[in-house]
Design a binder for this molecule. Structure first.
Ligand code: 4NP
Length: 153
């Protein structure tokens, strides 16, 4: 398998995309693909640049036995479409902003929920507003398994 670079994107890069980054990396390591697939996350806003992930995201990861150390929030960069093989949005607003920056590239830039139509969700709910980090974890976890199947399958 050739090396693949994955970028998860949300608005603030403190709730959903850091959760996706750490959950997906966990699955990648468990599948023995840590040397092949690398994972990062970023936000479209830059509002929380330099901060750690949200405490609720840390708690949800810890509750599922997933490491959450070493995170720093950052904004999407203008050359990210060259640095990453897949750029995966959490909702339609993230996707619209990514398409504004990089153009429409549906094979490369899409929503995580596009991979899990059976979930009944068309976006990953934002716990910044819902307060439900566990719901977001469940969706990100199922989406991560689907993404790994897509890449490794
Ligand atoms: P995220 O959630 O995009 O999943 O990181 C949010 C975090 C912060 C804000 C909005 C959403 N905010 O308004 O600061």
């Amino acid at each position: 398998m050739k090396p693949q670079q994955i970028l998860f994107v949300c608005l603030g890069n403190i709730c959903r995309s850091p959760m996706a980054e750490y959950v997906f990396r966990h699955h990648v390591k468990q599948a023995g693909l840590g040397g092949t697939i690398s994972v990062a996350s970023a936000g479209t806003s830059g509002w929380h640049d330099g901060e750690n992930m949200h405490k609720g995201t840390q708690k949800a990861l810890a509750a599922h036995g997933i490491n959450h150390s070493g995170f720093t929030s950052s904004k999407v960069k203008p050359d990210d479409h060259r640095r990453f093989d897949f750029i995966i949005a959490m909702d339609d607003n993230n996707l619209a902003e990514l398409e504004r920056l990089f153009g429409r590239q549906p094979e490369k830039i899409f929503k995580l929920t596009d991979l899990i139509p059976e979930s009944g969700y068309n976006h990953v709910p934002d716990p910044w507003y819902t307060g439900d980090f566990e719901e977001t974890f469940r969706l990100v976890d199922v989406g991560s398994v689907a993404l790994l199947d897509k890449l490794a399958g």
